[in-house]
Design a binder for this molecule. Structure first.
Ligand code: FES
Length: 505
């Protein structure tokens, strides 16, 4: 019987992005049934895909079938799956090893042939043949001692991922791979999904979900008490269970900013770091039992209590969250230190590590349109990079976008205070490009420069979603210019950052 694969599994198996699979589906080149594709349809839609080799694929299939059969015969499923994984990985190590050796031998023979043919009739033949012999011996020695670690490791990783439990959520049909060392909730958050949860420790019941198929295992204590009817229907807490097999869960997910409740949390300051003369980065850690639920791109009200500031009232200000919702234990904020920033100055002068500050939120609708098939362009002015960073990290964990472009504009080179991170994305991801832009902080100059870049680097701007975090007056100027350059109104998303003196009107 043809195996059904989720889009994530299919993408991993043939080494393409999930977005590539979705594109084939949109072009009607790949059939999808209840969110899955069959292996034979996948092969047809991607005839040139690097399956590493089909033999391996078939063997994986065979082992998967054997696994299911054997699991039905025995109660010791966990041990069998582990043994199966070990056998499979060992076999594929051998296969990869042999394949690498064969490739290397082929190169060696080609090289030798090339060298022999290059010997000229007038050359000193004895000397030329000696040279050939020496070269050949040294290559053979290299071949013998080469470990060829990389292809083996790569293959191991692919096989391991393929073998990990796959979780599907209904009604959204979102799916993710669940590592056995994580709870279902942790895996879902790491995969960028906005599933419902609260205390993260088995008390509140907000992560309650119904297991429709597959097996899960409770891995930590839970105080929440299910009714007999809930138990009979298969309800579990995702914060205290992990997946043992492929699982289908009925669960609540936020689909828009309106679905996220307003939360008030007291969090500890982890780190305050001055990054340049007019900005600081602050990281805070909410208590484990009270994580902040938010969508990438949203902002929050931070409040420094009177106890710290020695003032009569708390000092409050709103800032975008710069970290990804997939990392709920670490919230990051990029805080500008412009002339009137009472909050920034107080933070720098009075707040210490481990002080408690209050968070209220999240707010805002500058969030990713996850259903859009478009490529993504992100634009940040200065510390507008904060919500953009959060959105980019979220987009990366979703693996939906074909291409991601980041333009980070500022008045000075050193204002690109996370340049290394952007360069690392640029180097590590083949679908990501980073363009730093340094220019005079005047609205018309900035707008003109951005339009010039977009116009020359992207032919069809109507096929992009644009996310821009910049001062309000720059956003106002950009909107009609972008419309005139083909960007659709519904594909533009703006966040107004600081309105002070950082950029001239
Ligand atoms: S019980 Fe509170 S999040 Fe799971």
């Amino acid at each position: 019987m043809d195996r059904h694969l989720s889009l994530s599994q299919a993408a991993r198996l043939i080494g393409v992005k999930r977005g590539d699979i979705q594109k084939k589906i949109q072009e009607n080149k790949l059939r999808v049934m209840e969110g899955t594709v069959t292996l034979s349809d996948l092969k047809e839609a991607f005839p040139d895909a690097q399956y590493e080799d089909n033999t391996m694929l078939e063997k994986v299939e065979k082992f998967m079938r054997d696994a299911v059969h054997k699991m039905a015969q025995s109660e010791r499923e966990g041990a069998q799956v582990d043994a199966l994984s070990r056998r499979l990985i060992k076999m594929n190590q051998e296969l990869a090893d042999e394949k690498s050796r064969a490739n290397r031998m082929e190169e060696l023979i080609d090289g030798l042939k090339h060298r022999l043919m290059a010997i000229n009739i007038n050359d000193d033949r004895e000397h030329a043949l000696d040279e050939c012999k020496d070269w050949f011996h040294s290559e053979v020695r290299n071949l013998e001692i080469e470990k060829m670690i990389t292809p083996i490791e790569q293959m191991e990783r692919q096989i391991k991922q393929f073998m990990l439990p796959h979780v599907r959520l209904l009604p959204s049909r979102h799916d993710f791979i669940s590592d056995k060392s994580e709870t279902l909730l942790e895996s879902a958050l790491r995969s960028g999904l906005a599933v419902d949860y609260g205390c993260n420790n088995g008390k509140c019941g907000k992560c309650k979900s119904k297991v429709l198929s597959g097996k899960v295992e409770q891995v930590s204590h839970q105080d929440y008490v299910f009714t007999e009817s809930e138990k009979a229907q298969g309800y579990i807490l995702t914060c205290s269970n992990r997946a043992i097999t492929d699982v289908t869960l009925e669960t609540e997910e936020a689909v828009s900013a309106d679905d996220i409740p307003l939360q008030s949390i007291s969090a500890k300051v982890k780190k305050i770091q001055s990054i340049n003369e007019h900005a600081i980065i602050m990281s805070v850690r909410p208590p484990r039992s009270q994580r902040l639920r938010f969508l990438a791109g949203q902002y929050i009200e931070l409040s420094l209590p009177e106890k710290i500031t020695a003032k009569e009232a708390p000092i409050t200000a709103t800032y975008s969250i710069a970290s990804c919702p997939c990392e709920p234990s670490n919230l990051e904020f990029h805080i500008p230190l412009h002339n009137n920033s009472l909050f920034g100055q107080t933070l720098l002068e009075k707040v210490k590590t481990s002080d408690s500050i209050n968070l209220l939120g999240p707010y805002g609708s500058f969030v990713l349109d996850e259903d859009s098939p478009n490529s993504l362009i992100f634009v940040a002015w200065d510390t507008g990079f904060a919500p953009i960073k959060s959105l980019i990290e979220h987009a990366m964990s979703l693996e939906n976008a074909d291409t991601i472009h980041l333009y980070w504009m500022s008045r000075k080179v050193e204002d690109h205070y996370m340049e290394n991170l952007c360069r690392a994305w640029n180097d590590a991801l083949d679908n990501f490009t980073y363009t730093p832009i340094v220019l005079e902080p005047k609205t018309d100059v900035v707008a003109e420069s951005l339009i010039k870049h977009l116009h020359s680097e992207h032919k069809h701007l109507q096929n992009f979603d644009l996310y821009i975090a910049a001062p309000g007056h720059l956003n106002h100027l950009l909107k009609p210019l972008l419309l005139a350059n083909g960007v659709k109104s519904e594909n533009m998303h703006f966040e107004s950052t600081f309105h002070g003196d950082e950029i001239e009107d």
